[in-house]
Design a binder for this molecule. Sequence first.
Ligand code: FES
Length: 255
Amino acid sequence: MDGFVRVADVDFLPDPGQTLVEVDSEVVALFHVDGAYHCIDDVCTHDGGTLADGPLTGHVVACPRHGATFDVRTGAALTMPAVRPTRCHDVRVAEGGVWVRLRTAAADAAPPASSAAGGAGAPLVAPAVTGHAGGAAAPAALVAPVTPAGLSEDAVREMLREVKDPELFVNIVDLGLIYAVTVAPAADDPAGRQVSIDMTMTSPACPAGPQLIADTKRAVGRHEQVRGVEVRIVMDPPWTPDRMSDAARDQLGIF
Ligand code: FES
């Protein structure tokens, strides 16, 4: 059947459920969600975690190693630290079985086929999950505040470019982690400045969080006018890969 390999009986997996199956000597992850089967590589593109072992919530599976999440319908990486999609394969349900055809690359142009259990096996078009750089509306907090003379919000953002995510080696401004910067006169020193930064993390359980906060305070606190730096962690709106700048996407090889 056009390169498809039967991997299981149609009632083999509970719904929701997930398992490993072998296709053409490759082991891949098969998911059963809302009556349809989906198949992706059992490989997290961050550092090789096994996705079939991760918790499944709706169509989203989380890597058990560092928490990156993937859409099982498309293989799209939804949250850091993964930024590249994992390979997604075609699935059909026919003749009482689930059939999988391997794709050669995550970036295949055609959308993957997924099949409803018990259906005729017609491919379903998977929705796009991630957008292009700059596609998401900026949160209201990104509107630049008025800052006192001598130290501007832009100057603070430039300082923050020194701070890099320790796993991705991209600075936190280009990653889109900085939601707002406020510069105000210091309470006990009119010539000094108090800086407040609203910053997000790529995921609530980001292991680099404490280091990023410390590095942020250190980078801004070095300025001669700065008397204090407050970093607030904001998880709403949540960070998504489309908040990255074109420079960050270039650096990470995402097109
Ligand atoms: S290996 Fe999957 S998130 Fe790190």
